[in-house]
Design a protein around this ligand. Structure first.
Ligand SMILES: [Zn+2]
Length: 113
């Protein structure tokens, strides 16, 4: 069973932007929840994981928001953690980076159409 396809790492502008975004969100979460100035071990691990998943995303530059993706490429526990982080950091991202946030984050109450 050699389904392992050697794939090129994505390094398009969209993927890179999303990597920045996910790192920012994890950073906010870690800073506010774990009171760290840099990533704690756990968040560093999740950050590496999320960035790697983006690099390997089979949709590359064509990808939609991860939350809308039909393929769940995250392992269960990572998926749960990133969800918590999105939920926690989402409102902060709207504050800090409103434009990039809008496509990705489930918008809370008053902004939903
Ligand atoms: Zn942390």
């Amino acid at each position: 069973m050699t389904k392992e396809v050697k794939r090129q790492f994505n390094d398009g502008s969209k993927i890179r932007r999303e990597q920045e975004l996910v790192s920012k969100m994890i950073y906010i979460y870690c800073k506010k929840k774990h009171h760290q100035k840099v990533f704690c071990v756990e968040c560093q691990d999740l950050n590496d994981y999320a960035r790697k998943k983006l690099s390997l995303c089979q949709f590359g530059e064509e990808k939609t928001a991860c939350s809308k993706c039909p393929i769940h490429c995250y392992k269960q526990d990572y998926r749960q953690r990133i969800k918590d982080i999105m939920r926690f950091s989402g409102p902060w991202m709207l504050l800090y980076h409103p434009i990039e946030s809008i496509r990705h984050i489930p918008i809370p109450g008053q902004l939903r159409k």
